[in-house]
Design a protein around this ligand. Structure first.
Ligand SMILES: CC(C)(COP(=O)(O)OP(=O)(O)OC[C@H]1O[C@@H](n2cnc3c(N)ncnc32)[C@H](O)[C@@H]1OP(=O)(O)O)[C@@H](O)C(=O)NCCC(=O)NCCS
Length: 321
């Protein structure tokens, strides 16, 4: 924004509660978001956007918006779970793509969250084309974690690429949830994801994450028929699992993969991913994507060695008070 427009805008900026905003005031921003998710990630977020619209319509989305001369310049929303606040979205209109609006938006949300006495704040959103974002969060005391969105074309993998003689692969079933949540907590213990997102630090938190993927469509539709659990036949112990979702027609997403520490480095992770690619090829899915923390060397090594390429890099943040 030119300094002239910035001065004019600054004079007319107004921070309002999201419950006072009507859906039509946000529609252009939602349409743009949906377009970006589609263009960058092949991800159809129209269902999620409709849910957001319904929430705004009934005044049920907690957050703030910034208006400038009757136009929505930015909005952000959050949830509070116990003493943990999660900023689930922060969007700045391209007409106001400016760090000052972003900073103002963040400060308005933080003021709310601090007033509610949260102990920890995390973010769970992708804000496209916002090079100023990390600087804004860091200025408020947040730690930055970089994440990569990786993707590869789906094709059958050479049989030798994924093998482990310790386990057999079985189809994912709903009654696995608690067992897989406990495994997931052990797999992530001390890792990058647990540092960034507190839910990874307990079995109950991992259960919430899995439930969100499998039952709440947090990452599109769960493809349980191609999601697998690896078990050691002699003991029936669970060694690992992979959950796949469909984020748009023909586009799969590896929403979660974890291997129990006692089974790691024995080819189980590689077997789970290669088997997923095989199963997806068989049902006509064309691409497989996933998100991974830049500090997660083990997972990054595995994915890169299997031909996944980074197509977008974005930051997430956390702050412990
Ligand atoms: C990432 C993970 C699934 C890998 O599972 P795994 O069974 O240990 O992996 P594999 O034995 O099949 O190893 C496959 C490749 O991963 C990489 N890898 C595995 N462990 C590694 C380690 N400790 N250090 C470096 N690279 C490692 C290597 O590239 C390895 O290839 P190699 O066998 O040619 O050396 C497992 O470490 C895990 O569950 N981590 C915690 C959960 C997690 O981070 N999930 C991914 C979130 S996106």
């Amino acid at each position: 924004m030119s300094s002239l427009i910035a001065e004019r805008a600054a004079a007319n900026l107004q921070v309002v509660d999201l419950c006072r905003v009507r859906p039509h005031e946000l529609r252009r921003l939602w349409e743009r978001e949906a377009r970006l998710w589609r263009q960058r990630f092949d991800w159809d977020v129209t269902t999620a956007m409709s849910a957001l619209e319904r929430a705004v319509d009934r005044g049920g989305l907690v957050g703030k918006a910034i208006r400038c001369d009757g136009v929505t310049a930015a909005y952000a929303y959050y949830v509070v779970e116990g003493d943990r606040g999660v900023i689930s979205g922060l969007v700045v209109s391209p007409a106001f793509r400016d760090s000052e609006i972003g900073r103002m938006m963040l400060q308005a949300i933080l003021e709310d969250l601090y007033r509610r006495g949260v102990r920890r704040i995390e973010t769970q959103f992708v804000c496209f084309d916002a090079p100023w974002l990390a600087e804004c969060f860091e200025a408020e005391g947040f730690q930055t974690f970089w994440r990569d969105f990786l993707r590869r074309t789906v094709s059958r993998v050479h049989p030798d690429a994924g093998s482990s003689n310790r386990v057999v692969l079985l189809r994912w079933t709903a009654w696995n949830l608690s067992e897989m949540a406990a495994l997931m907590e052990r797999a992530h213990r001390g890792g990058a994801d647990a540092e960034m997102n507190e839910l990874y630090r307990s079995s109950s938190g991992c259960r919430l994450l899995l439930n969100n993927i499998v039952r709440q469509r947090g990452c599109g539709k769960a493809l349980t028929e191609v999601s697998t659990v690896a078990r050691e036949p002699s003991t029936d112990a669970a060694a690992g699992f992979a959950i796949v979702t469909e984020i748009a027609k023909g586009h799969g997403h590896l929403a979660q993969v974890a291997v129990d520490p006692i089974f790691q480095r024995q080819g189980v992770g590689r077997l789970l991913v290669t088997n997923t690619l095989d199963r997806l090829a068989a049902i006509g899915i064309r691409t497989l994507s996933l998100m991974v923390s830049r500090d997660n060397d083990r997972a990054l090594h595995l994915y890169r060695s299997l031909g996944f390429e980074s197509i977008y890099r974005f930051p997430v943040f956390s702050l412990e008070r």
